[in-house]
Design a protein around this ligand. Sequence first.
Ligand code: BF8
Length: 652
Amino acid sequence: MKVSDERSADPASAEMLEHISGRAVQTAWDRHEAQQPQCGFGQLGICCRICTMGPCRIDPFGGEPSMGVCGADADIIAARNLIRMIASGASAHSDHGRDVAHTLLEASRSEESDYQVNDEIKLRALAMELDVPTEGRELREIARDVAEICFAQFGRQEGELTFAARAPRDQRDRWHRAGVMPRGVDREIVEIMHRTHIGVDNDPVNLILQGVRAALADGWGGSMIATDLSDVLFRTPEWITSRANLGVLDPNAVNLIVHGHEPTLSEMILAATQKKDLIELAKSKGATGINLGGICCTANEILMRHGIPIAGNFLQQELAIATGAVEAMIVDVQCIMPALGKLIDLKDYHTKLISTSPKAKFPFAEHIEFDESRAMEIAVRIVRQAVENFPNRDKDKVHIPEQSNPLVAGFTAENVFTALGGRYRPSYRPLNDAIISGRIRGVAGVVGCNNPKVRHDYGHVEMTKELIANDVLVAVTGCTAVADAKAGLLCPEAALEYAGEGLQEICRAVGIPPVLHLGSCVDNSRILMVLTNMVAEGGLGESIADLPVAGAAPEWMSEKAVSIGFYVVASGVYTVLGEPLPVQGSRVVTDFVTKGMEGLFGGKFAFESDPIKAARLMMDHIDRKRQALHLPGPMYEVPYVPRTKAEVKAAG
Ligand code: BF8
């Protein structure tokens, strides 16, 4: 196999890697190789640089040193490091949510705002849930009250996070018993930072429970607010078609890529690209028009609501620039490699890298600061710069791979399974019935990043194929969704090619793909609501922990993924990670996250790098849950046969 194929299972990415090999361009794969061997202490989670008596590290083989200078052992060090990852990941999601809440608040205060409420139904539903009066009031007043309540959630000092009340009762009872019912995410994160300061909390399990509390404040708070208020501002997604992969770049048009996470920026850039005068300007420069594409989660945001095509996922950001066909890459926050600036500085490519957030500046990027109060004006300025850069494109250097696969996206907790019942039965009943009868074996959420430690996209795609072949309906978000889209798994036709007979029957009846795109990484909150609705519909137990469902992040790498993992597991979901959490230098922490958490929350982690084996672990778990609910095995023959009770039990 060629090196490029070893690095990426995605043909377009492999083609680009081949195309740039031998040039000065460096990619994350090259830098990963240059880092070998990576630090074993770091991988095991047993190095500490929290104070300047260190840095300290623990002998992983049980020898000396067995403690840091302060006396912290491997268990304390691993637990502290782990929950600091949660703090960072929860901060990223929740700061995103805070920005959306702030945008809604500003929009409700000013008639001049470029933003407005685009989903009145969702706003009114939220108002009802939050006890905001609606009778005889203007939409703007309702929006202000809803935004103020949501905004206040972030800093909530006492009591319970309001949206945690959405979780099934049994799950909330578990959180109460474990003492992890979250307050505001800001408070929980500050408490992590306090507890992990030298000489504060030195009980590994107590530390991790605080990590759980912050993660729950993210999933059921910051991220959930990001999703709900983005829906209010930019409208709740509906099923929509589009395409994904580098082939969406247009050799004849001005190509703009938005990369990052927050829809407040990408929505305005999209609106600016549709302005007649800018399109005319593009034509006057010799282009056929303006073509917008996305990378990472901001791509998922504008795909879900507008069908804007996706250029790629995390590991494709450098490859997109290397096509030589991108006039501007416009970035905001999260998952944007600083390497992009170095790539621009090579002067091999004409692409302008434009940073926009006061929170995120990059080497060699031009900074045009985005300000929600002048959103359209700034978006127009950015798009104009991209258009004016078109004549600098060297046509001889352009290399755009052909691949771009069709896809269907736009699934939400509101529409995803009500669709199964059609207009006459808009509820989760048909889904629950399909699971109860065994047509659908269970539901899996496959989410998360790319990581050059594993073959790009291979983990996502192979795991998803194995699951759907065995009648497991798969929900995807983030970079998994992009990987699966590129592999053609988000098309209804994929059911006929890859799904088992039972799942195929459902997909055929309703016209849905076997893999449902639920959005960006903050939209993992949509998956929480899907699970909650399944419990509420009845017949599948009393809590999320009873459901025949499982989660996975086969290629995860970011701290956000750690926060997601913890709120999903604490919400009752068995979750398999491709890369282990960096805690294996501590027996106590490893045991707690892979075993102990189950007793408290009903969910736990497993680590398995082989995506097929990981999918089978998930199906063993799903089958075990089916048995506990006294449900029959899969209705049709499946390649991965349900194990006997004893076999499943033995598999753990
Ligand atoms: O938030 S999946 S690489 S893009 S962290 Fe980043 Fe990971 Fe992609 Fe979206 Ni999520």
